[in-house]
Design a protein around this ligand. Structure first.
Ligand code: FUB
Length: 338
């Protein structure tokens, strides 16, 4: 999430041909979390709007108010907008900025996890429950105890355990935390210090809270050393995602100010994860955010860009493209424009 004005950003040639088209064009959507539930693809995106709020260092212009769930019979079929699934006015603890959500299904119930700012200007993560994957979702009265920052991503492991990854720098406030404690005095580490990492917490059996204190997710370089804060092209910024492929855990994320989607591989949900490379090169717009989902035996990257709005960074559109692995399990880097 940008901390600085985007006025200086060069989006490149907006006429470059994109490899994928927006899944829907009647609303702006971003941060797509895709899942297959009951043989259908459901996408849980942010719903971008033009709220007329000036750009500022905290990303206040990302002033989203609600969530719409998109559904598709297959990646090539039309995406259906299922209407408002949850509105900020129906979340007792939240005041504004409904940022990137995710969802999970357990025992026939659907859980929508979402960050929002409270009246005290602090982000926390909440959960809302529904009987249908498209909602309407009913929010719990309070945010998840022990949660903070943004970008929840919920992963179901092979043994039926669920884990939430979360965290995001700058507007996402992760730099204000150390050891799960908030202090406005905390800043990003210096360039030669270990980078801040995302967090993981196992979810409780009822899916409504954390079963443990959040732990840091370590991302290591090829020598087994933690990535440094000054390694902007590789270090974690926001947009956590986890998928499991051929016995390995793939943790993927955005590098924020260098605009890459990258991934790192580990042997269990907690990591550590070793950096492997880039999944997606920079898209039009400041932010990049994604999910990876298997459907009909193929793997897909759901992502967004700002092509449809001609570069307005807070008016984005969700897209999908196939990802491929080599025989070693390495993901081939995708160039979003031809
Ligand atoms: O959509 C708002 C924020 O922008 C998300 O939470 C970040 O990941 C970035 O995509």
């Amino acid at each position: 999430m940008p901390e600085v004005s985007i006025a200086h950003i060069d989006f490149g040639d907006l006429n470059r041909r994109a490899i994928s088209q927006p899944l829907v064009k009647h609303i702006y959507t971003a941060d797509p979390s895709a899942h297959v539930f009951n043989n259908k693809i459901y996408i849980y995106p942010s719903h971008d709007i033009e709220a007329g709020i000036p750009f500022d260092d905290l990303g206040s212009h990302f002033a989203m108010e609600d969530y719409h769930v998109l559904s598709m019979d297959s990646v090539t079929s039309e995406a259906i907008d299922n209407g408002v699934a949850l509105h900020v006015n129906d979340v007792p603890w939240a005041e504004r900025q409904m940022w990137a959500p995710d969802a999970a299904c357990k025992n026939g119930k659907y859980y929508l996890y979402f960050p929002a700012k409270k009246a005290d200007n602090i982000f926390q993560i909440g959960v809302a429950v529904a009987d249908s994957p498209v909602g309407p979702f009913v929010a719990e009265p309070l945010p998840i105890a022990g949660s903070y920052s943004i970008d929840p991503a919920v992963f179901e492991d092979e043994d039926g355990s669920y884990y939430m990854y979360f965290g995001g720098l700058w507007g996402g406030q992760l730099q204000s935390y150390r050891n799960n404690q908030y202090s406005p005095e905390n800043q990003e580490p210096k360039a030669n210090e270990t980078a801040l990492n995302p967090l993981i917490a196992k979810l409780s059996d009822d899916m409504l809270g954390f079963a443990e204190t959040p732990k840091e997710v370590l991302i290591l370089d090829e020598n087994g050393n933690p990535l440094l804060a000054g390694d902007n092209e590789r270090r974690f910024f926001e947009a956590s995602w986890m998928h499991f492929y051929q016995g390995k855990y793939y943790f993927s994320y955005s590098t924020g100010d260098t605009h890459f989607l990258c991934y790192a591989i580990g042997d269990n949900p907690y990591g550590p994860f070793t950096y492997q490379g880039r999944i997606l090169n920079p898209v039009v717009g400041w932010t990049t955010h994604h999910s990876i989902c298997e459907a009909d035996g193929k793997w897909y990257l759901f992502y967004h860009d700002s092509s449809l709005s001609e570069g307005v960074t807070h008016l984005r559109s969700v897209k999908v493209t196939e990802i491929t692995y080599d025989t070693d399990g390495k993901i081939k880097t995708i160039e979003p424009y031809l």
